[in-house]
Design a protein around this ligand. Structure first.
Ligand SMILES: Cc1ncc(COP(=O)(O)O)c(C=O)c1O
Length: 389
């Protein structure tokens, strides 16, 4: 039954990203002539590496502008397999790969081919808000498990196990994590893989921040179990958010269902973007390393600066480009606090509440912005904090 205005109840299951309200308001303020430091969204400030742009230009000029197979170009699917081999030492069959228009549509393919109404998906709280939204939209039930700063925002295995019921179909993983910057190490992944095997559930691993881990290397879930789906995309590590390219690696029996969803809802990813994606994997690893080093420098600047002004960062973020800071000392309502920081200090940040009840009282500060602007943001936040004391 639709609501009073005729809008479906299903649409009502999707919660908006509050951070987009911060973006909209900051744009209004900028239109009025205010200078805003943007630390609210995870959109790299780097241009897409030259080698990738050139590949897309050439592909477009040479006519790679039509539909491709729904599963994706064979060359790109092979390049993804090669990348899995060189990065993790595991080589999935290219027949298990579905190329998507970003990680986000990959979530529709994954959950759409896995969930029946009432099926449960266990996930971290706080987590990337699209996970519970996708699951709810498809009639499933998101089951949050709290992760805490003192644990480096990693799961406590016993708590995950207690959340598993006969209706559980999957456990969602995201390492390095948005919003926390937390990383699951090999021991965590091994324990979670064992749990999945024991209870006959699937692991769904969003690996979009791989390549942006500052200590040690990222581990794919596929190093630990085949009872897993991998979601990944080019948006973050390759600075390609607007290109819309990603992929799903699915167990054999889910490939055809995912392909059917892809055919009907999207047909295929952009042809020339897929050509450029293969080049990204094969020839842009130095660029990824360059950008990672810059993010690391920013992280090393930002974390102590935030701590010095009274925001608690219990554990150094180890990957992605976010600091998830405990801001209880500044206010307990993170949406209100983010609003005040925008209006009064000219700094845009994401409220922790966007990422679930476990994020309330926190702010997520993105350092996908230049170090000069970060310095300016820190000065403004410091001044704001000093004035309200
Ligand atoms: C954890 C996570 N997954 C997926 C996405 C969406 O990525 P894409 O641009 O590939 O759709 C984001 C974007 O911020 C993200 O943080």
């Amino acid at each position: 039954m639709a609501d009073a205005e005729g809008v479906s109840n299903r649409a009502g299951l999707i919660r908006p990203f509050i951070v987009m309200d911060v973006v909209a308001r900051s744009q209004e303020l900028e239109a009025q002539g205010h200078d805003i430091v943007h630390m609210e969204i995870g959109d790299p400030d780097f241009a897409t590496p030259e080698v990738i742009v050139r590949a897309a230009e050439e592909a477009m000029s040479s006519g790679d502008t039509g539909y491709t197979q729904s599963l994706g170009l064979p060359d790109l699917r092979e390049a993804i397999c090669g990348h899995m081999q060189s990065a993790y030492g595991v080589k999935p069959d290219s027949g298990h790969i579905v190329v998507t228009q970003g990680t986000s549509p990959g979530m529709l393919l994954l959950f759409g081919s896995l969930l029946d109404p009432g099926d449960e998906v266990v996930m971290a709280d706080p987590c990337y808000p699209a996970y519970p939204n996708y699951v709810s939209f498809l009639g499933g039930v998101p089951v949050p498990v709290r992760v805490r700063a003192e644990d480096g925002f990693r799961f406590r295995i016993g708590e995950v196990e207690r959340a598993i019921t006969p209706r559980t179909r999957a456990l969602m993983l995201n390492s390095p994590s948005n919003p926390t910057g937390g990383v699951l190490g090999p021991a965590d992944l091994e324990a979670l893989a064992a749990l999945a095997e024991k209870h006959g559930i699937w692991l769904a691993s969003d690996e979009i921040y791989h390549g942006l881990q500052f200590e040690g290397r990222s581990h794919s879930v596929l190093e630990f179990t085949d009872r897993a789906f991998v979601l990944n995309g080019f948006s973050k590590a390759y600075a390609m958010t607007g290109w819309r390219l990603g992929y799903l690696i699915a167990p054999r029996q889910f490939v055809r269902p995912a392909e059917k969803i892809q055919q009907n809802f999207f047909l295929c990813a952009n042809h020339f973007v897929q050509v450029a994606g293969a080049v990204a994997l094969l020839r842009a690893q130095d660029d990824v390393a360059r950008m990672r080093a810059a993010y690391d420098e920013r992280r090393r600047f930002l974390v102590p600066a935030l701590r010095a002004m009274g925001l608690e960062v219990a554990v150094e973020p180890l990957g992605a480009f976010y600091v998830f800071a405990d801001a209880h000392a500044w206010g307990t309502d993170s949406v209100e606090l983010a609003g005040r920081l925008l209006e009064e200090a000219g700094v845009a940040v994401a409220p922790g509440a966007d990422f679930g009840p476990g994020g309330e009282g926190f702010l997520r500060l993105s350092y996908a912005t230049s170090i000069d602007r970060l310095r300016e943001g820190v000065v403004r936040l410091g001044r704001w904090a000093a004035e309200r004391r």
